[in-house]
Design a protein around this ligand. Sequence first.
Ligand code: CO
Length: 502
Amino acid sequence: MSENELLTDVIRQSRETALLESTLALLEWDERTGMPKRAGSYRAEQVTLISGMIHRRKTDPKLGDRLNELTASELAQGDSPQAATITRLHKDFRRNVRLPVELVEATSKATVLGQQAWEAARADNDWNTFEPHLAEIYSLRRQEAELLCDEGALYDALLDQYEEGARSEQLTTVLGQLRDELTRLVQEISQSTSGPDGNSWQRSVPLAQQRDVSQWIAAQIGYDYERGRLDETTHPFCTTLGPHDCRILTRYQESYFPSGFYGTLHEAGHGLYEQGLPTDWYGLPPGRYASLGVHESQSRLWENFVGRSQAFWQWCLPHITTKLDGAWTGLQVEDLFRDTNLVKPSLIRVEADEVTYNLHIMIRFELEQLLITGELAVADAPDAWNERYESYLGVRPPDHRTGILQDVHWSAGLVGYFPTYTLGNVYAAQLMQAAAAQLGDLEQQLSQGQFRPLLDWLRTNIHSRGFCLHPGSLIEQVCNQPLDAQPLVTYLRDKLAPIYDL
Ligand code: CO
């Protein structure tokens, strides 16, 4: 076979694997959007079988031979999408062949059952029934990390799967600086006497109206309903089921409008990224997102940097006032802007403000590094959790439900995933700084509801480029600056100083 024929064959095989992967994603979408409770164990069997099939395809020795040959060829040189495809698939292959199919299937099953156990444990505030599941999941992930790790920290072998090229040592430095800066900021804010009280949000809004507003705002920022849909779930997420099928999910609370509204903006931000990826390359690296950190930068950018700005509310308030049929009459832009930027240490990550959110992540990042090496036993994790909440945020969880049982991630086997949330915030700040420098008066555009220039800028610089570069290199190229927490600190200080009179 010629090199071009080899590549065509590898691409065909990878596209078929993507068909199975998107089928798996569809099963997960269904599981999280109202699957009957007792369907769980059969669903675990389905997911286990398909995961095994995917793993066998990805570790097919013939695929390995072809990728070896292609890697040595001219086609793998330079930075073309073809070269990126060969390089990334070869890397994936070398990683996958190190994992026995029994381990992959065992992890898949343990995490489906783990999530079901977590769901029940959280509802019952019952750590003890969940603990053996978590111990099993950490043990499986540790085995995986040991098989994958050649050098450096065990944890990095897992982190690399979500954020290629990231290392815990570098993150500890950058996120550590951020933690110190933000802890200081939280202290200054706690001493301020002029902060907002959050009263603007103390108005209940009927769910039907909230759904209407959410559908509308996602469309306003550019989310395409011909290639996606918005549904409801308990834990909002975004998933892609095909080149023209990206679904977003949010949740609504009648008494707390921001939950549904910002949940939608966040997930629509993820959706815009997915809808902006090159469809010709669907199922292959150039048609895939660069990393979870870059993904989260897109959601945070729309949710926070746009959606919690004064300019945004100048444009948005009159529209929402009309849509809500008088429920918001009398509210001022200034009040909403202040209340939407209320900073207050709390127990629950997903409800945290933009500042303290990153401290929640630091706690998880530190704990999962200790849990994966075994320096911290799973049985001791709740105490370690509570102690860190007390020391970083000054609050202590009264129970496990509002403590260690609050997040689904570990029960789903996602270890090394949490730091990508803070990376997303850091990248978003760097991207907004670069976009503002190139787009002229961005604030003016936002205050008139002109979101297209910003979206086009993101399409050109991030979305259309798929996964051809390391996320770190992509951000560095686009922003002319390596990973840096300073733009995020500056952005938060600039926004909060007038609100809190700092
Ligand atoms: Co997100």
